[in-house]
Design a binder for this molecule. Structure first.
Ligand SMILES: Cc1ncc(COP(=O)(O)O)c(C=O)c1O
Length: 376
């Protein structure tokens, strides 16, 4: 069949094939080593990654887990959070943050986001605290740390546990410190498209609380203290060695990749700053898992990009409090979440992206925003 030569090459939202090509030798070697040693469960690849990842975060301990979803559940369960308890989280997040609260048996309470940062708004959290509140889950959304300078003292003042959802924030930092060391525990995702992704599902919990670490470590591995001695009813939430080996290779490149992401984000911002749209703030420490622009007539922009073979995304088209699974649940007003969601569009951004590919995206956005300026 003849190929369509009239269409320019596709620009994906994230290019995992290009990433693999760049580090193929290292990855293949690491995978081969796991297979040749037939050490698929636990073992040195997992413990090695746990140590190096915890070190990156400035945390005392790391626990490899099967995903961030299971990791969040594990943390809440190990903290003794369950039926009758409430946990505050932003509505603007991936559903997994809320699912984990429900899996623990607690009730998710949805807070609004700050209009500039799009992370959990401390004032909205304060208004949501009740006698039943046990924890807050700040989400470092899109790779930017939540406002921990305000959230941490507020949570401590109310005796609440703090669980960072750092699924999108590997290597991120802010004035309060490094993601993964800002609360009682943090959870990262190694879903393939993340800044640090496996070749399947995986995740990592970090904490500096020794008791909590020991409980979580045991619970993640069938609650065992010895091969066939089970102190608690646990789970099989382990990270497997093949995924750990892949992630350990990629971890060596993370800082460079994150640097390139920030550079590309600032380059987008330099062009979009003069247009009638809202570009994201790009402070140091933001690792730009996703580059989110706010525009008018978002669906027309998606279509215009698509016509030029450029992929885009929406993170997230339906906030948690509007999901069918949470229908009927009482929630306070979330005016910022409601107003930003219809404007959000995720543009391609990945370390291997070239300047000329980025220029193609910029051209389409430029034309769109001049034609459909965002009225505020
Ligand atoms: C903010 C957030 N929390 C949790 C998760 C769940 O991660 P996982 O797919 O590893 O379970 C994701 C994944 O996309 C996420 O973006």
């Amino acid at each position: 069949m003849a190929s369509d030569t009239s269409r320019p090459p596709r620009i994906p939202l994230v290019d995992l094939k290009a990433q693999y090509r760049a580090i193929k030798g290292e990855i293949d070697e690491a995978v081969r080593s796991v297979i040749e040693n037939a050490a698929f469960i636990m073992g040195r690849h997992v413990t090695g990654l746990e140590e190096s990842f915890a070190a990156l975060c400035g945390a005392g301990y790391g626990i490899g887990v099967s995903s961030a979803t299971t990791g969040l559940h594990l943390v809440l369960h190990a903290m003794g959070i369950g039926p009758g308890d409430e946990v505050i989280l932003p509505s603007l997040t991936f559903i997994a943050t809320a699912e984990a609260v429900c899996h623990a048996g607690a009730a998710p309470v949805f807070a609004d986001v700050d209009p500039a940062a799009l992370t959990m708004d401390p004032d909205s959290v304060r208004r949501s605290i009740t006698d039943r509140t046990r924890a807050i889950i700040p989400v470092h959304l899109y790779g930017r740390c939540a406002n921990m300078d305000h959230l941490v003292p507020m949570a401590r003042g109310h005796g609440l546990r703090i669980v960072e959802d750092a699924a999108q924030a590997h290597g991120a930092f802010c004035s309060a410190g490094r993601a993964g060391s800002l609360g009682d525990a943090a959870v990262f995702s190694f879903y393939p498209g993340k800044n640090l992704g496996a070749f399947g599902d995986g995740g990592m919990i970090t904490t500096s609380d020794c008791d909590l670490y020991q409980r979580m470590h045991m619970l993640a591995n069938h609650g065992r203290t010895d091969k066939y001695v089970h102190e608690m009813i646990g789970y099989n939430y382990r990270l497997d060695a093949l995924q750990a080996a892949v992630v350990a290779v990629k971890l060596k490149h993370l800082t460079r990749w994150n640097g390139r992401r920030l550079e590309l984000a600032r380059r987008y911002n330099a062009h979009f700053g003069s247009l009638r749209c809202i570009a994201p703030e790009a402070p140091d420490g933001h690792v730009f898992h996703l580059y989110i622009l706010q525009v008018a007539e978002r669906d027309r922009l998606i279509e215009a990009l698509h016509e030029r073979s450029i992929d885009s995304g929406i993170h997230y088209p339906v906030p948690c409090h509007r999901q069918p699974c949470f229908r009927g649940r009482r929630t306070g007003p979330l005016p910022v979440t409601e107003s930003v969601v219809p404007r959000l569009i995720s543009l391609p951004l990945y370390p291997e992206m070239t300047g000329s590919d980025q220029d193609r995206v910029i051209d389409v956005v430029d034309t769109h925003c001049r034609r459909y300026p965002l009225e505020l």
